[in-house]
Design a protein around this ligand. Structure first.
Ligand code: SDX
Length: 383
């Protein structure tokens, strides 16, 4: 018998009190601790946004400088963890490699056995830089190249591009990437953040296992799914499969005829366009113009128009739809797109983990039991 309280997928269910992020799905408004995402995208940096998410206030210059130095210093990955990355099969997917390596970092972190609030914050800051280092190092290792150590005078965005491509990034590319990191940093109780909070909720501040690393590991596992963070990679794979503008109509017709989801569209919370998609659309357009190849952007625009015309209940582009064209224009390998999501969202996951542990209660919902009320045990001979 269905339980009236059960909602599949927890749609609309409030599962935590939080001060970190607010989404108005009908208005298409997203704020981090009250500041509109558009204002952060225009005026802030990823480092400042990380500080803001973690500590709840905008830093003064000296605080920001100290945070950037701590973040850069903490972005180094222990040799033993890099050796583990090297030992993985070459065909390992980047998200599997990232999840494995982040879990291993929990064994080498100097604060590993300390789950006090101060230690949690120190570990969180280290992880924010280490996720980027691991992402680009894995890509180089699987190509038979040596990883490149992050530069202490670079931001996370600059270091991502520098340690991925092996050359100093163009300032305009670094700024576009920096804004992409701001846009992906947090999004309330999305699946991966909620997964992290559930894991964090099982911990106390006693020593033993690093709550921060356990939560980050689980969150990466959740982000990898195509319905969540994995969609940006699939959008680019869709565009490459379509090939060019003339083939878009038939491809989208086929998707709808076979009742398949269009990757990069729809959202559990937004009932209008995802405000992050609006910023990313402008980046995809500009990068297309700057690189002299607007093909992918034009295909996205055409898909957006077709989907809008084909769906009775309107569905809109989400954060993953245009980001593929942006990252592809920046020569990022397609299967590194979802790890980029993690390079940014690690900041939000950490803010939520710290918040959960500051006012914790074990997260343990109920199931609406659908099985037999009573069944007698039958000995093997009688089965
Ligand atoms: C992210 O939660 C977050 O905040 C996530 C995120 C974040 O920042 O953390 O915003 C990041 O994960 C963005 C979403 C990336 N995923 C995709 O782009 C995959 C494609 N999208 C869909 O699978 C879907 O829209 C979800 C998973 C995102 C949301 O799914 P819901 O809320 O469970 O909605 P649903 O599948 O029940 O769909 C409702 C209706 C259905 O039609 P009916 O069966 O009711 O007639 O809308 C249709 C769906 O068929 N629909 C789509 C569609 N998404 C929904 N139809 C075609 N293509 C789609 N993409």
């Amino acid at each position: 018998m269905a339980n009236a309280d059960f909602v599949k997928g927890l749609e609309g269910v409030i599962a935590a009190e939080s001060s970190i992020c607010f989404i108005d799905g009908h208005a298409g408004r997203l704020t981090y601790r009250g500041i509109d995402i558009q204002d952060l995208a225009e005026h802030s940096t990823f480092e400042e946004t990380c500080y803001f998410l973690l500590f709840g206030n905008l830093p003064k210059q000296a605080e920001l400088d100290a945070f950037k130095a701590e973040l850069a210093a903490g972005s180094v990955v222990p040799d033993e963890v890099m050796a583990l990355v090297r030992s993985l099969p070459k065909e390992t997917t980047p998200m599997d490699a990232l999840r494995t390596a982040v879990s291993a970092l929990g064994s080498y972190d100097p604060d590993a056995l300390d789950n006090s609030d101060a230690a949690n914050v120190r570990k969180a800051v280290r992880l924010i830089g280490q996720v980027t280092t691991l992402t680009t190092s894995f890509d180089r290792i699987r190509k038979g190249l040596d990883p490149i150590a992050p530069r202490q005078d670079y931001t996370v965005a600059e270091n991502f591009l520098y340690t991925l491509h092996g050359e100093a990034p163009h300032p305009s590319s670094a700024r576009v990437f920096d804004v992409c990191l701001i846009l992906h940093a947090d999004h309330e109780l999305n699946a991966s953040t909620f997964a992290g909070r559930v894991i964090a909720s099982t911990f106390t501040n006693e020593s033993g296992v690093s709550a921060v690393h356990a939560a980050a590991t689980g969150a990466i596992g959740a982000l990898a799914g195509p319905l969540h963070g994995g969609a940006n990679q699939r959008v680019m794979e869709m565009l490459l499969k379509i090939g060019d503008l003339d083939a878009v109509d038939a491809f989208i017709d086929d998707l709808f005829a076979n009742k398949k989801k269009v990757m990069g569209f729809g959202h559990r919370v937004y009932r209008t366009i995802d405000p992050r998609a609006t910023v990313l659309r402008s980046f995809a357009k500009k990068l297309g113009e700057d690189t002299g190849n607007s093909k992918w952007f034009e295909m996205c625009e055409k898909i957006e128009k077709l989907v809008s015309a084909k769906t009775s209940k309107p569905i809109y582009p989400n954060v993953d739809f245009f980001s593929g064209a942006v990252f592809y224009s920046m020569n990022v390998p397609i299967d590194i797109f979802t790890p980029i999501f993690a390079c940014s969202r690690i900041s939000g996951w950490m803010a939520h983990t710290v918040e959960q542990l500051r006012n914790n209660r074990l997260i343990r919902p109920l199931a609406d039991y659908q099985g037999l009320e009573k069944m007698e045990y039958m000995p093997m001979a009688e089965r």
